[in-house]
Design a protein around this ligand. Structure first.
Ligand code: GTP
Length: 576
């Protein structure tokens, strides 16, 4: 199948349009993906740093609460005098602090005496702070938060390692990650009389801290060795507490530098899914919690599923796909319009060429256009006009050649060839209809003398003048021809009786005998005429002509103009 140029052009333009739209769409989508990832990483890092800052603030707040509680006079009074009213006031104080701080699991006043006997203790049960009394109060002197905190100076804070709470007798926070902070209560002599201990629920604490973060954020917390303390998957937390290690650096190998003292944050773009874990984007930073031994180094991290991060770019992607499809449709429509606009004038030129080839009128051409197609159309039109003109010229030349081949160049009378054709035709007709044909053979007398006396040019003028005269005076049906030199012949177009033929010969003699005016003077000659008639003088053209010639020679023998019939010997004329 031969595809039209407009179709090919439309397909090509549509493909180019679709390719351009597709590539633009693809790169726009890639750019949007990168932007989303970068912005997600930056947001995660900022949120993680904010979280770390809030942990520091939170620790400072707990320390300030401890200072307030340890320095309150009723705390020392309770420890020194054991009065119930003092203890009640302390309990009220603790209740206020716990109410204000939902992450506090437990607040206790523990005496240095009585093996670290709990004097006032409030445990969190649900949302309430519940005071324990009587047998529920226990000796805690063997716990480091009592023994070590009692050795601290005024205002010093003891900070536990983050651990799982296995302490029996607690109502809340059992088996939860726990941070304990303790501060000594000093008397006037600077002797530590007891400690105030606050147990902080880390899950709750971080839950509070993370409450402002977007719901898609996942919180990670690891201790200085990398043990996972908080993980979106609860089964991965506190592995060390169950006799196995679950390390953050195992799941996020890039974080290993954070556990070797590096302070720079680690940004992770984990595009590949781990078994059971979706691809993620994450940010991790180290965070130190101030403590006397400075051993509480933490690594905090926030992560987001990659799918969530890329959800927006997927939306952008589907918008881009719609735009690309729209652009493809638009480019296809434009391609059709453009290809038609381009191919229509080309088709017009092609159609004009086809019509020209078959000789039909060319039709309209886009010659008014100012582009290459207009120039092609104009060139084609010029070429068409030139070819048509050349064809006309050629036809003219052909006609001229045709005329020349049948006419004498000097006199423009029919030549021997045309005369022979007409004679043959006339004989054929006469033979069929039983008619006669008459030929009069004319030879000028003494023509050489004209040439010799007046010049060859004068001879020519005389021949032309006589030819014109004969042509004008003879009937249209007759043929006057020049056979060559000073020989003329007349073929009568209608049958003629010999008498009539003789009259015609006399008319011819009179016509030729009239002088012809020329620049060289009056030119005058005589003529000898031989008359031959079919069928009397011959059957064929050759016989007729030969007899006419012979008759003319017979006439020539007589001085002056005369004529002779081929069949008769009688001579009629001026010289007779
Ligand atoms: N000017 C001119 N002369 C021609 C042309 N053709 C032939 N002639 C001349 O015509 C003359 C014919 O001479 P002849 O055949 O002797 O005829 P004539 O002089 O008429 O003599 P007779 O026929 O015997 O009377 C020659 O001198 C030719 O050169 C022509 O086309 N133009």
């Amino acid at each position: 199948m031969r595809l039209r140029i407009s179709f090919k052009l439309a397909i090509l333009l549509a493909l180019v349009g679709a390719l351009a739209a597709g590539l633009t769409g693809f790169y726009a989508y890639e750019a949007s993906r990168k932007l989303q990832l970068n912005s997600a990483r930056t947001e995660l890092l900022t949120s993680t740093q904010m979280l770390a800052r809030r942990i520091t603030l939170m620790q400072g707040e707990i320390t300030r609460n401890l200072q307030m509680l340890t320095r309150h006079p009723v705390a020392l009074a309770t420890l020194l005098y054991g009065r119930t009213s003092d203890a009640d006031q302390v309990a009220t104080l603790f209740d206020g602090v716990m109410t204000a701080n939902p992450a506090y699991l437990q607040v206790r006043l523990i005496s240095a005496d009585g093996h670290g006997m709990e004097r006032v203790r409030l445990d969190r049960i649900g949302s309430l702070a519940v005071r324990l009394v009587g047998d529920d109060l226990q000796e805690k002197g063997h716990f480091p938060y009592v023994a070590d905190a009692l050795r601290l100076p005024l205002g010093g804070t003891w900070l536990s390692r983050i651990s799982i709470n296995h302490e029996t007798g607690t109502y809340a926070g059992l088996d939860q990650p726990l941070l304990q902070l303790a501060m000594p209560v000093m008397d006037d002599q600077g002797l530590a009389r007891g400690v105030v201990v606050i147990n902080v629920d880390l899950n709750g604490l971080f839950g509070l801290l993370a409450a402002d973060l977007p719901g898609s954020y996942q919180l990670y917390l690891a201790n200085g060795a990398g043990d996972v303390l908080i993980h979106p998957d609860a089964t991965q937390t506190f592995g060390f507490d169950r006799g196995r290690r679950v390390l953050l650096q195992s799941e996020f190998p890039d974080t290993v530098s954070l556990f070797t003292g590096q302070a720079a944050p680690v940004l992770i773009d984990r595009s590949e899914a781990l078994p059971g874990r979706p691809p993620q984007v994450a940010a991790f930073i180290p965070q130190s919690i101030e403590s006397p031994d400075n051993d509480n180094r933490l690594v905090i991290g926030l992560a987001q599923p990659l799918s969530f991060v890329l959800a927006r770019s997927d939306e952008v992607g589907s918008a881009i796909v719609r735009i690309v499809l729209g652009l493809c449709a638009l480019s296809a429509a434009l391609a059709v319009v453009v290809s038609r606009a381009v191919s229509r004038p080309i088709n017009a030129v092609t159609e004009a060429a086809r019509r020209f080839e078959t000789g039909e009128p060319a039709g309209e051409l886009p010659v008014d256009r100012q582009d290459e197609i207009g120039s092609l159309a104009r060139s084609f039109q010029k070429m068409q006009t030139r070819i048509a003109q050349q064809l006309l010229d050629l036809k003219d030349k052909q006609d001229q050649l045709e005329h020349l081949s049948h006419h004498d160049t000097l006199t423009d009378l029919p030549n021997r060839r045309l005369f022979s054709d007409r004679l043959a035709q006339a004989l054929a007709y006469a033979r069929r209809h039983g008619e006669e044909v008459t030929v009069l053979f004319l030879d000028l007398d003494d023509f050489k003398r004209i040439n010799d006396e007046f010049g060859h040019e004068a001879g020519d003028l005389l021949l032309q003048g006589l030819a014109r005269r004969l042509q004008a005076q003879m009937r249209e049906v007759d043929t006057v021809a020049r056979l060559g030199g000073d020989e003329f012949v007349v073929l009568l177009g209608t049958p003629a009786h010999p008498v009539h033929a003789g009259q015609i010969a006399e008319k011819l003699m009179a016509l030729i005998g009239e002088p012809v005016d020329s620049p060289m003077g009056l030119l005058q000659v005589g003529v000898s005429v031989g008359i031959s008639q079919y069928p009397r003088d011959g059957e064929t053209a050759d016989q007729i002509m030969a007899n006419a010639d012979r008759a003319m020679y017979a006439a020539k023998k007589v001085a002056g103009s005369s004529y002779r019939f081929a069949a008769e010997a009688s001579v009629r004329g001026e010289g007779a």
